[in-house]
Design a protein around this ligand. Structure first.
Ligand code: ADP
Ligand code: ADP
Length: 226
């Protein structure tokens, strides 16, 4: 179970840049919600506030009814997948996926079980001994997703995860992430500037512009209310 609620969330960076203004968004349990809008509209900042990687200036964030504003990222039960993969270059795929669990002192057998299961789900079992530089872009992206899966989070956050991939691979990975959503039945928030990506992947789409939420609706609703 994981329902995420943003109530009047705002962000003012020091030097008083207003990045997000009064965002009211409900992400229901197991929903796939996409934040879409042009570069600089505040998507990433909003996502980072949900992750706890950025302090919330205004408003309140709730996960399953619990106020999260002052809860540190590691206690939010959230995992984030970034556009630049953020893999450790000197570690193997296995160690990259295991790292977050190791530093949380998870039992070694349990780490093995979770890494192998994630590798199976993502079809990267044969790559576990490789270093990131020996992987293609798509494979690296799978490992980055694998690192999120092993944490068994309630909520997955994706920040433009496919924007470094070529067009063909992007289309394939969209389908893979949608499929993953169906299989894991997790709550997911996905940020993109790509309207096609938003319309094909989202159960619900949040359209942002200049730091404000402009529209929220299903792809069909937004198609009929441009
Ligand atoms: P998006 O993800 O939609 O491209 P961002 O959330 O990254 O937008 O940025 C929203 C606004 O906040 C932009 O004007 C950006 O320049 C500004 N901004 C983002 N990060 C910072 C920061 N660390 N310090 C100051 N301003 C920032
Ligand atoms: P790793 O970066 O290998 O996943 P951790 O998961 O332990 O290592 O990350 C350390 C801290 O950095 C976490 O407690 C969390 O606050 C933040 N962090 C790192 N990676 C993520 C992620 N994928 N999702 C959310 N937070 C993360």
């Amino acid at each position: 179970m994981a329902k995420v609620e943003l109530k009047g969330i705002g962000k003012v960076y020091d030097g008083n840049v207003r990045a997000v203004d009064n965002a009211n968004i409900v992400v229901d349990d197991q929903e796939f919600v996409v934040f879409v809008g042009p570069s600089g509209c505040g998507k990433s900042t909003t996502l980072r506030m949900v992750a706890g990687l950025e302090e919330i200036s205004e408003g309140e964030l709730f996960i399953d009814g619990e106020r999260m504003n002052d809860v540190p990222p590691k206690d939010r039960n959230i995992a984030m997948v970034f556009q630049n993969y953020a893999l450790y270059p000197h570690m193997t795929v296995y160690d990259n996926m295991a790292f977050g669990l190791k530093i949380r002192k998870t039992d070694k057998k349990e780490i093995e079980r979770r890494v192998n299961e994630a590798a199976r789900i993502l079809d990267i079992e044969k790559l576990l001994d490789r270093k990131p530089k020996a992987l293609s872009g798509g494979q690296r992206q799978r490992v980055a997703v694998g690192r999120a899966i092993v944490r068994n989070p309630k909520v997955f956050l994706f920040d433009e995860p496919l924007s470094n991939l070529d067009a063909k691979l992007r289309v394939q990975m969209r389908a893979e992430i949608s499929d993953l959503h169906n299989r894991l039945k997790a709550t997911m928030i996905y940020v993109t500037h790509d309207q096609v990506e938003a319309m094909t992947m989202g159960d619900k789409i949040v359209v942002m512009k200049d730091g404000k939420v402009q529209q929220i609706g299903s792809p069909l609703y937004l198609y009929n209310h441009p």
